[in-house]
Every structure is written in C-alpha cells, then in structure tokens.
Design a protein. Structure first.
Length: 157
C-alpha cells in the first residue's frame, strides 16, 4: 500500500484546520505546533490544497487558512488526491505490466482493493472526522479510529 506521510499529514492538517477555524483563519504555525508537522512541509501541502480549491489563504495580520468548502463537502479522498497522493496496492502502479509486460495473476485483486479503499475514503468527510474527534474529547493531538468492518460489511473482491 502506498499511502505515504504526505497523504497522512495532509489529512491530519485538514482535520486540525476544520477543528480550529471557528471564527478566524488558522495559521500553519499553529497546526505545526499542535500536530508536530514541519512548517515547511505544511507550506508545501497547503500550496497544493489551495490550488485544488480545498482551502483559501488569508493574508496579513491575523491571516492563515480557512476551508474553501463545508466540512461535509470535503472527503478524505479529496484531500489525499489534492496532494498528488495515489492509493495503489498494485505492484505495477495500475499499468498492468507487473508480469512480463502483462498483468500478474493477482492484479485484479489489488485493483479491486484500490477501488474499495477509494470508495471508503470517499465516504468519510471532514465532518465525520470532526464529529469523531469531538466525541473523543479532542485534545491537541488528533486520534482517528477507522470503522471496523463487521461480517455484514465484509469486503468481497
């Protein structure tokens, strides 16, 4: 699975922004301090998030970032793809050349897993994650526990 630090940090930073943006823009320095993410790394991530229309920047004293859409309109998959992160369990990057210039025997399995992951992350909004944090009595560090699959929700490939 290729979900790297870039995607994880982008989701964490966006959740922090959603939790702390109430009546004024949130500074990257504040996110950096609360989440222990390098300020220069956040600047790179937020540049991409801004270009993709997920955040807006406010210049000047009291400036920072705000969400460009409502919490309900931004999914985890939106955030991950905005920072050019691919979710791919295949060995070939989806090119179907994993075995002698053709797909390997398990290519369809991994492609199906990619689709299930993307479907799940598309169904989790910032609003969902904010709600989870509020139920947990949010401190300054974000804790996220993904939904557990029950027998009726088992993934079929």
């Amino acid at each position: 699975m290729r979900l790297t630090t870039k995607g994880r940090f982008a989701v964490t930073a966006m959740l922090d922004l959603a939790l702390f943006e109430a009546d004024k823009p949130v500074t990257l320095a504040g996110i950096s301090e609360r989440q222990s993410i390098s300020l220069s790394y956040l600047e790179q991530l937020f540049s991409r998030l801004r270009r993709q229309g997920l955040v807006t920047s406010v210049r000047g004293p009291g400036g920072g970032y705000r969400l460009a859409k409502s919490h309900q309109e931004i999914s985890v998959s939106d955030i991950i793809t905005a920072v050019d992160e691919l979710i791919d369990a295949t060995q070939c990057g989806g090119n179907e050349n994993c075995h002698e210039d053709g797909p390997c025997m398990t290519h369809d399995l991994w492609t199906s897993l990619n689709n299930k992951i993307l479907e799940y992350l598309s169904g989790v909004s910032l609003a969902d994650m904010v709600e989870m944090q509020k139920k947990k009595g949010n401190g300054s560090e974000i804790v996220f526990s993904p939904r557990k699959l029950g027998t009726s929700e088992a993934v079929s490939a």
